[in-house]
Structure formats: structure tokens, C-alpha cells
Design a protein around this ligand. Structure first.
Ligand code: SF4
Length: 377
């Protein structure tokens, strides 16, 4: 039966000094082995059927922080609605958000929309083909620029994502803390050396797919199908389980907030968050953060008065939903109130709507807001 290495949490003995960079011959062997593995059978993903730079750019944006399986239906629906740059550039932003709803990290949708407009205005309605120009687009960082340049335009550009970091640190037995700037640069250099040569786009996709399916975080297939094991210094040194050496994550800060179901007739009040900051432009029930160590219910009337200008009384607690963002753990206490007459005067929201219950779910909203609606419905 095929043996797999089981990764246990263990301490890495950090080496301050970076290991010797791969020489040209070693990079060549690594790239040939990876490409041969990729050619022998890679995942059949919808964006791999296209050579259209626009489709590749959309897929690479969606794949940031999101699993391949989750992205596939969103990618297909998005391209069906916005098949080219012009259609996306001239679309209503709310429409773009609606197609994105559920995929999370909405700043990506906002940046796609802005970038499409910029491509129309500055790049003749096409995706630019150099790293420098790609990085001028909102939301396009070093990774996305490298991915689009290599996959869509065959440029020898590197990509380094979480999968690539894991594969390279293991192959090199690179034990330094990967958050160090010099370590990051070394990883980009190593990835860049691999991407030099024919088929840089396939090489980059092979590297990421290899990390996702063979050199996985737990249970990498070192002894049972890894074509790189003879080249793997981490395996030889017995360090696979401890690599990559990542700094310990800080515990997210705990925050309490309230959200209030405020009806008027057969509609309910929905508010849109500001144009920047956490969950920018998304819709939710009105509310706000409560001070630490206090009773959420005690702040409902004040927060609604401050942020919507409406006077509510006797809030009834319907339940609490939780969500962990990168830096904070948010507990959202959801309340129902009776009707509150008067004009809405917003503070720290950009817009409001009175929406029927049936239409509430159609508004672009974050996972946490959806959870609060599920609780109430
Ligand atoms: S031998 Fe193991 S750690 Fe090394 S590249 Fe292969 S799967 Fe990854």
C-alpha cells in the first residue's frame, strides 16, 4: 500500500542563513520533472480551456484566497454575464457584486470592475501583457501579474502563492521564517528560475497544482508518487513535516456588534457600508460595534439612533452569529425591533433601502450578513 508522510506539528530549528540557491542545472531538472508530471495528467479546470487573457485574469482573481472547487461555478456564471472587458467595464457595479455574491472578499469584485474600466480607457480594451502594466491595475499584485503574464502571454514570470511557498521550502530545505523579506525574495527568485524556459504558464500551474495535490500541507505523498523526491532536500533532511516555517498567527481580536431587523410595512431597512474599509459597499442590517465587556442589548437603541436617525425600543434578541476575519472574531448579536417612524438619516453608511423580505437576499452582502438573515428568516 502506498505510504504517505503524516505531518505533525513540530518545532523547526530555524536556520538564519538562507541555503545555497539552486544552480541552473538543478532548476532545469526541477522544471522538467514538474512539467512531465503535469503533462501526465492535470486537473481539467474550465479556465485551462481558454487562452483568452480576460478569462485567465478573472480566474486568477477569483482563485485568490478561494478554493478551486468553490471558484468553478462562479467563474462560469461571471463569464456568461460579463463575457469581455467592455461588458464588465460598462456594467452597473451592483450587478457585478450580485454575480460575486457568496464568493467573499468583495474588494476583488470592485477591483475587477475598476480594472476593466482602466483597460478600456488606457489599454485599448485589452488585458495588458507586461508585469509593469498589469501591476498598474487595481487589485493586481505581484502574484496575479505573474500568473496572467505567464499563463496568458507566455512571459517567463514567477508566481509565489501558499502552495509554491510550501513546495519550494521543502525542496530547498529552507528553514528560515518565511515571513522574512529576504526569504520571500529568495522564493520569488527560485520560482523565477523555474519559470525561465518554455511553457512558463504551464510550469507555474504545475507548481501550484503539485502543491495542492501532492506536496500538500498535511500528508504529502513523498513516498507514494512524488516525482521530485530524489530532488527534495527537505525529505532527505527529515524536515518535511516542519516546513514551511511560518510565524505563529496572532489570535484574532474578539469584537461584539449588533444588527437590527427594522420593519416598515412589509419591508425591512437595509444599509450599504462605506466605499472603503472592511466589507466596503456591501449591504447589511443596520447596527454597529459595541464597547468591550458590555451588554449588546444596552447599545441597540443608541446605535440605531446614531446611525439611522430612527428611534427604536424594546429590542428582542433573536440570536448570535459568528465569523472570523483575518484579524478579528466578530460576534454579531441580532435583534428584532418594532416599526420606527421618521426619516432615515445615515451616519457611516452610504445608502439605505426599504426592501421586501424576498429581495433582501438579492443584495450583495457578506457571509456574516447572510448568516444573520438566515437566523431571522
Ligand atoms: S518529497 Fe515530499 S516534501 Fe518533497 S516535494 Fe515531494 S511531496 Fe513535497
Amino acid at each position: 500500500m502506498a505510504a504517505r508522510v503524516t505531518v505533525k506539528k513540530s518545532e523547526v530549528v530555524e536556520r538564519d542563513a538562507l541555503p545555497t540557491p539552486s544552480n541552473r542545472a538543478r532548476s532545469k531538472r526541477l522544471r522538467e520533472t514538474l512539467l512531465a508530471w503535469y503533462d501526465a495528467g492535470h486537473r481539467n479546470l474550465p479556465w485551462r480551456k481558454s487562452r483568452d487573457p480576460y478569462a485567465i485574469w478573472i480566474s486568477e482573481t477569483m482563485l485568490q484566497q478561494t478554493r478551486v472547487e468553490t471558484v468553478i461555478p462562479y467563474y462560469e456564471r461571471f463569464l456568461e454575464r460579463f463575457p469581455d472587458i467592455e461588458t464588465l467595464a460598462t456594467a452597473d457595479r451592483e450587478d457585478v457584486f450580485e454575480r460575486w455574491a457568496g464568493l467573499g472578499y468583495y474588494s476583488r469584485a470592485r477591483n475587477l470592475h475598476r480594472s476593466a474600466k482602466m483597460m478600456v480607457e488606457d489599454f485599448g480594451a485589452s488585458v495588458p501583457d507586461t508585469i509593469e502594466q498589469l501591476r498598474m491595475l487595481p487589485g493586481v499584485g505581484r502574484y496575479t501579474a505573474g500568473a496572467v503574464a505567464s499563463i496568458a502571454f507566455d512571459k517567463p514570470a514567477a508566481v509565489v502563492d501558499g502552495n509554491v511557498v510550501r513546495v519550494l521550502t521543502r525542496l530547498l530545505d529552507l528553514r528560515c521564517d518565511v515571513s522574512r523579506k529576504d526569504v520571500q525574495e529568495r522564493l520569488w527568485d527560485e520560482a523565477g528560475a523555474l519559470a525561465k524556459g518554455t511553457r512558463p504558464g504551464d510550469l507555474n500551474q504545475a507548481l501550484m497544482e503539485f502543491g495542492a495535490t501532492v506536496c500538500s500541507p498535511r500528508s504529502p505523498s513523498c513516498e507514494s508518487g512524488c516525482p521530485m523526491k530524489r530532488l527534495c532536500r527537505g525529505l532527505r533532511a527529515g524536515n518535511v513535516e516542519a516546513l514551511p516555517n511560518k510565524p505563529k498567527k496572532k489570535k484574532p481580536r474578539a469584537v461584539d456588534a449588533v444588527a437590527v431587523w427594522l420593519p416598515r410595512g412589509n419591508k425591512v431597512l437595509a444599509v450599504q457600508r462605506p466605499d472603503n474599509g472592511l466589507l466596503a459597499n456591501l449591504w447589511e442590517l443596520p447596527g454597529g460595534e459595541v464597547p468591550p465587556n458590555s451588554e449588546p442589548k444596552d447599545h441597540v437603541e443608541r446605535l440605531i439612533a446614531e446611525r439611522t436617525g430612527l428611534e427604536v425600543s424594546s429590542p428582542i434578541h433573536a440570536g448570535t452569529v459568528e465569523h472570523i476575519f483575518t484579524h478579528l472574531k466578530l460576534s454579531l448579536h441580532v435583534f428584532r425591533c418594532g416599526e420606527a417612524p421618521g426619516r432615515v438619516k445615515l451616519l457611516n453608511y452610504q445608502a439605505h433601502k426599504w426592501v421586501s423580505k424576498a429581495k433582501l437576499n438579492d443584495l450583495p452582502q457578506a457571509t456574516l450578513a447572510r448568516k444573520s438573515l438566515e437566523l431571522l428568516m
